[in-house]
Ligand binder design. Structure first.
Ligand code: CP
Length: 227
């Protein structure tokens, strides 16, 4: 069994955790680190080529929203695992986040998203699974609303978000210490979302989110396991 990685945008967590998951399942991985798309090939033809070569599936991250449907429309059938598409979807991150929320008994509790929700695939995927959620630009307002989770979103500069001259919601120690609120962040953390001293606080769940990412990706790849 062999799967291809096609990451047309940078990734540390998602790519590395899919790779670790594949390794644990004895699945061979070929990383299409530099693709012929740089010579003008379309994404649909790239996927068709990987299918023709005999790969069993593709783990794909792309800057566009509708790539999987576009490939299906032209008859490409290879299984595609969405590792992040445009601003619309990051389903494996949402699954990892829900798993962490389950572990910390946060399912059904109010979740306040802070920052650049508009450009965030993490936000657009996760919100579909949440009962009570809202986007805030101000941390105090989010806490007054009754947030049990402050879900920090990074400014998506690669999608045109401009921080200069703008207030960006910044979680301070006073918002966390003694309040009982949890902080989530899918990463990468860029330094403007919360006080770096909070990074290792027990109610800052970033590392749990990373670990849960390997678990859910292993479950997603398990049908291709030869073991
Ligand atoms: N959360 C997330 O998608 O991180 P990476 O971009 O590092 O994969």
């Amino acid at each position: 069994v062999a799967i291809a990685f096609l990451f047309l945008e940078p990734s540390t967590r998602t790519k590395a955790s899919f790779w670790l998951a594949a390794k644990e399942l004895d699945i061979d991985v070929f990383d299409v680190a530099s693709s012929a798309m740089e010579k003008g090939e379309s994404i649909e033809d790239t996927l068709r080529t990987l299918e023709t070569l005999g790969f069993d599936a593709v783990v794909m991250r792309v800057p566009w929203n509708d790539t999987i449907w576009a490939a299906r429309r032209v008859g490409v059938e290879i299984p595609i695992i969405d590792a992040g598409s445009g601003v619309n979807s990051h389903p494996t991150q949402a699954l990892a986040d829900i798993r962490v929320m389950e572990r910390f008994k946060l399912v059904g509790k109010p979740v306040a998203f802070l920052g650049d929700a508009e450009n965030s695939r993490v936000y657009h995927s996760l919100k579909k699974h949440l009962d009570i959620h809202r986007v805030f630009d101000d941390v105090d307002e989010a806490l007054e609303w009754g947030a049990k989770v402050l879900y920090c979103l990074r400014p998506q500069k690669e999608r045109g978000y401009k921080t200069q001259g703008k207030h960006y919601p910044y979680v301070e120690r006073k918002h966390v210490i003694g309040t009982g609120v949890y902080i989530m962040h899918a990463g990468p953390y860029t330094g403007v979302e919360f006080d770096p001293q909070l990074r290792t606080h027990l109610r800052v769940l970033m590392d749990q989110q990373v670990r849960a990412g390997v678990e859910v990706r292993k479950e997603i790849l398990s049908p291709w396991s030869s073991g």
